[in-house]
Write a protein of this length. Structure first.
Length: 343
């Protein structure tokens, strides 16, 4: 027994003990980083303070928004105000850390109020949907239960930050049998996409099934992205390192149409860099869909090339959506202005 203890001590002395100081330093640095994130002024604080004025948040909602930001991995404090995707990512991380079922009711109500006031629910056609918390009561969904039985246009009966439920128009015995099974749920937003998720049934009543939320929705596009005509300088960088200047003709959250002197082929990959007004320089990889030739008379030497974003482009996509939203909103405001002038 003594020899075994001696061997254990030798292993500890020669292999574990020497690295303990380094482990301690790492743990201390992690704690310091956490403290800095919790207490120091974050980048984008001024912008955050300015933007929240427009939403008329309550003091509780502002404090809750601060908690969401501090719990997230975003560097910019105002990131959660820029898009629904970033907001829901922060909400999901907050609920994961705190355990949504342990969060106080007033905090849950504040988060629901934030989503509603920023119009980040699925009822806003310009909002990116990525969580079942963005669904609304009375929305209709299709369900496919294990065994293949399909229920069309079932109504969302209730939704809170913790759970949501669907009213089933069928035999109560069948509803009861669904407890513990997994159901495929599809929600369709007109002129946009079909969002689907497979979830286990957590509880049932006579005609209602209860589900937990998810932020991992599958999306099947119904139409092309809204496109905005633009005239932005762009630089394309090819895999061999060559750079070519050109022009962005139009822009969407899914892809681009650009003009380049280079003769690109379908499926060709390269990266582009362009400045998006108010959002700064965007760097994103693209894949060529088609080379449409010299079709833009304003740039006769350029090939018109359609391409889609590829690789890691979620951040650029969110910013492009926000840019298109702002341009659309300003355009509508200008069109209404003449009618608002009294005669």
């Amino acid at each position: 027994m003594g020899s075994v203890l001696h061997e254990v001590w030798k292993i500890f002395q020669f292999y574990i003990l020497p690295v303990l100081p380094f482990v301690a330093l790492v743990l201390i640095e992690i704690q310091l980083m956490y403290n800095r994130r919790e207490n120091e002024v974050m980048f984008g604080t001024d912008s955050f303070n300015e933007k929240i004025k427009a939403f008329e948040f309550t003091p509780k909602e502002v404090r809750t928004l601060e908690k969401l930001v501090r719990s997230s991995k975003f560097e910019n404090k105002d990131a959660v105000l820029n898009s629904s995707g970033l907001f829901e990512a922060a909400v999901s991380e907050f609920y994961r850390i705190r355990n949504v079922f342990s969060v106080r009711d007033e905090t849950l109500e504040a988060i629901a109020g934030l989503r509603r006031k920023m119009d980040f629910t699925g009822s806003n056609p310009l909002t990116m949907v990525c969580s079942t918390r963005q669904f609304n009561v009375d929305d209709r969904v299709d369900l496919e239960v294990e065994g293949g039985q399909l229920f069309k246009r079932a109504k969302i009966y209730a939704r809170s930050e913790k759970i949501w439920s669907i009213k089933m128009d069928c035999n109560p015995g069948l509803v009861k049998s669904l407890l513990g099974t997994r159901v495929l749920i599809r929600w369709t937003r007109a002129n946009d996409a079909v969002y689907s998720i497979v979830l286990p049934v957590q509880a049932v009543s006579s005609d209602v099934i209860v589900l937990n939320h998810s932020d991992r929705l599958d999306k099947e596009q119904l139409r092309k992205w809204l496109r905005e005509v633009v005239d932005f300088p762009v630089v394309a960088t090819f895999p061999n390192g060559e750079k070519h200047s050109g022009v962005l003709y139009d822009l969407s959250a899914g892809g681009i149409l650009l003009g380049l002197a280079e003769d690109c082929k379908p499926n060709q990959l390269f990266s582009i860099s362009f400045e998006l007004p108010t959002f700064g320089v965007q760097n994103v990889d693209v894949k060529v869909l088609n080379n449409l030739g010299h079709r833009n008379p304003e740039f006769p030497l350029y090939n018109s090339i359609s391409a889609v974003f590829t690789g890691s482009y979620a951040w650029t996509q969110e910013r492009v959506l926000q840019y298109i939203f702002e341009v659309t909103r300003k355009t509508k405001t200008k069109k209404k202005a003449p009618n608002d002038v009294p005669t």
